[in-house]
Design a protein around this ligand. Structure first.
Ligand code: ADP
Ligand code: MG
Length: 699
């Protein structure tokens, strides 16, 4: 059977050892199979020919047929260029070269018809194309009719060795011509039939030499389908394995703790979404397998309460639980919220953070070991080996993307059987990404805010007109409200950023002498930071000047204005997080995005998305489309990177869901993939995922 992965690049005509070396270094292509899977990033329709008189500068790539009239060297030395007049009788097109001048003059002859291809631009009144593709017309006719010309990404280094897109196209052509057998199919025949796919062999060839747009589309579909299908099959198979391996403690009872809280102390009605999510969690934890659930909910949607009530379920079943937060401020806040919710109940809650003194830790360590402490709230300090529980049944991780894979997995080992795990995030991850990056986590979504919240009004202002902004702030202060002012911090070490922050702080104190202004940033001692933060929480300070340390989770319902300086320097999701610090009370809140007058197109787009939407998921989707999944906040640290060759997580969402159901139904029927018709799946999986990721412990 043909195996292109064992064939060397140098067997392809036109690829010598030098080129093979460059392909290895620059593109990590080591064999013929990898070469064939190096797909074009775009295709240009070459079925249409233009007349030179029709050309304008706003056309994409075009082609014309004509002859060379004259060549002319222009300029001297390093700025020398070659200019040629090219005509088809309807007008004159200037062709320009800055490199390889001598080669061009020698190669192209007058009196011969050529096809010229490139992107036209205008200088003065002259239409010109720089570095066009030029082919003698006879040549064009002898190559297979290539209506759609593929374009391949190449690096600078490749280009300097004449390995440009055109050269890659030629290499692919030579490779394809040297293939005399069918490329072995990688999907079972009945799947191909059932889902109306075209064969792998044809798809691969079509990608490089498409016959027409329709067939190319089928080829792309087949390959995208396959790539996403195998990814889902891989993830789901791990999930099944994990379910078998990791038994869990069944929490069968809903008892006095939960019921007393729910009927007696819960100060408000749960939202529909909170109820639904609690039911999902309850069902999960009632089973004798470990829960591994991701709880997504926009800022302010009430995740803490869901966490608390889940912990009460653990307590009802005689188990301890803990909640781990990424910062000390947040841990303190959780502690205060939870302790006050539970103040009239007979349940033991403790706080453990880095700043708890050694001697005060001793009783906590004891209380955990004896089981006296039922709920523990803290920071990374919880991970330490010294922290041991009598019977930890549930771990809640708040703002999970702030924790590394390793940190999270260490919580798993605090017990004989791993505890149930609930990870929470306010960074909404689009469904398609969640299914890919956290494929084996079950996902719950709180998609509803508690009633009575007014949507935050978001506006964009330029930083050269501050008068009206300050007037507005003063009005809010007079009405008793509080204000956040956030400054960007690109890197912790950047001195100038702190200067901005400190200058801003001084300036604001001068502008608003009537109120107390506090400042917090990451470089402060934590005692000082906490004191300043507390001053704001207690309404003693009315304006808080800060860096993004306040981004996560801080809750001051009386704050009604979030003003973000140099907003263009923040990411979309980050801006949304910051905005979520206001709008937590019943008053109308405002978010003011202050930017400089000069804004890039991309920054403008981001600002517009924020001023027009309050929906975290919508914003995350937009972010994904603007930046691509690799950059998306919350995914970098998932510990899993995929090298997708053709699928696009931002665009192929519906297809991901579709192939996921297919993969699931196959695994339901044949979990080991041992039926004869599934052998090909098994083989392909081990080939694609030779490097095993332990999905079981990524949460
Ligand atoms: P999140 O962690 O999801 O950003 P929080 O748990 O901090 O949100 O909740 C935000 C605020 O909403 C808190 O003050 C909380 O007490 C309140 N809250 C939570 N659930 C409800 C509800 N069902 N009705 C009214 N207020 C609620
Ligand atoms: Mg929170």
């Amino acid at each position: 059977m043909l195996d292109l992965s064992s064939k060397e690049l140098t067997y392809i005509p036109g690829v010598g050892s030098a080129r093979a070396e460059i392909l290895k270094k620059e593109l990590q292509i080591f064999n013929q199979e990898q070469m064939l899977y190096y797909f074009p990033y775009k295709y240009v329709d070459r079925s249409k020919f233009y007349k030179i008189s029709e050309l304008t500068s706003n056309l994409p790539y075009i082609q014309v047929i004509g002859r060379f009239q004259s060549f002319q060297m222009v300029g001297t030395g390093r700025v020398k260029r070659l200019s040629a007049n090219f005509t088809d009788g309807t007008g004159i097109l200037e062709l320009v070269w800055f490199k390889g001048l001598k080669y061009v003059v020698d190669k192209y002859k007058p009196g011969v018809d050529y096809i010229v291809f490139g992107k036209p631009s205008v200088y003065g009144h002259q239409i010109s194309i720089a570095h066009p593709d030029v082919d003698p017309i006879q040549n064009a006719q002898t190559t297979p009719t290539m209506a759609l010309q593929p374009f391949y990404n190449t690096t600078e280094k490749m280009k300097s060795h004449y390995l440009n897109s055109k050269a890659i196209q030629t290499i692919q052509g030579n490779l394809i011509r040297s293939i005399h057998e069918a490329i072995p199919e990688t999907l079972p025949p009945d799947m191909i039939k059932r889902y109306h796919l075209i064969r792998l062999h044809d798809s691969l060839l079509q990608m490089h030499q498409p016959t027409d747009a329709k067939t190319l589309k089928q080829a792309r579909y087949r390959l995208t389908f396959e790539e996403l299908f195998y990814l889902q099959l891989h993830i789901l198979r791990y999930t099944l394995e994990r379910e078998k391996k990791y038994k869990g403690y069944p929490f069968e009872r809903i008892g006095a703790y939960f019921n007393t809280f729910f009927y007696k102390y819960l100060p408000f009605e749960l939202t529909g979404a909170q109820k639904r999510v609690l039911k999902e969690i309850r069902n999960d934890m009632a089973k004798p397998r470990q829960m591994n659930r991701l709880l997504q909910g926009d800022v302010g949607s009430g995740k803490t309460l869901v966490a608390l009530m889940s912990m009460l379920m653990a307590a009802d079943n005689g188990f301890q639980s803990c909640i781990m937060a990424p910062t000390e401020i947040l841990a303190n806040q959780h502690y205060e919220t939870i302790a006050s919710f539970l103040q009239d109940m007979d349940i033991n809650v403790a706080l453990l953070t880095g700043s708890v003194k050694a001697k005060d830790r001793v009783p906590i360590h004891h209380g955990l070991l004896s089981g006296e402490i039922q709920i523990l709230i803290g920071t990374h300090a919880l991970i330490e080996d010294k922290v041991q529980f009598r019977n930890l049944g549930l771990v809640v991780i708040d703002e999970q993307h702030r924790f590394g894979v390793e940190q999270r997995s260490r919580m798993w080992r605090k017990n004989e059987m791993p505890p149930h795990v609930l990870v929470m995030t306010a960074t909404p991850i689009p469904r398609t990404l969640a299914m890919t990056f956290y494929g084996d986590l079950d996902v719950s979504v709180i998609d509803e805010l508690p009633p009575g919240r007014k949507p935050i009004q978001t506006v964009h202002r330029f930083d050269n007109r501050r008068g009206p902004l300050y007037d507005f702030m003063r009005e809010q202060l007079r009405a008793g409200r509080q204000i956040y002012m956030v400054y960007p911090l690109i890197s912790e070490s950047e001195k100038s950023d702190y200067k901005n922050l400190e200058d801003g702080f001084k300036h604001i104190m001068e502008v608003f002498p009537e109120v107390k202004v506090a400042m917090v940033h990451g470089k402060m001692k934590s005692t000082e930071k906490d004191a300043n933060m507390q001053a704001f929480v207690k309404r003693d300070a009315r304006i808080l000047v800060a860096t993004t340390v306040i981004e996560v989770g801080v809750n001051v319902p009386n704050a009604s204005v979030m003003m973000i300086e140099s907003a263009e320097r923040f990411g979309l999701s980050q801006l949304h997080q910051l905005r979520g610090r206001v709008g937590r009370g019943s008053d109308q809140s405002y978010c003011i995005l202050v930017t400089s007058y000069k804004l890039s197109e991309e920054s403008r787009k981001r600002i517009n998305i924020l001023t027009s939407s309050n929906d975290g998921f919508e914003i995350a989707e937009a972010d994904l489309k603007l930046r691509g999944p690799g950059d998306l906040e919350g995914t970098q640290q998932s510990g899993v990177a995929f090298d997708l060759k053709i699928a696009n997580l931002a665009k192929d969402g519906p297809l991901i869901e579709y192939v996921r159901t297919i993969a699931r139904s196959i695994l339901e029927k044949d979990p080991e993939l041992s039926l004869p018709e599934h052998l090909v799946l098994n083989k392909q999986l081990s080939k694609l995922f030779a490097k095993k990721v332990n999905w079981g412990v990524i949460s």
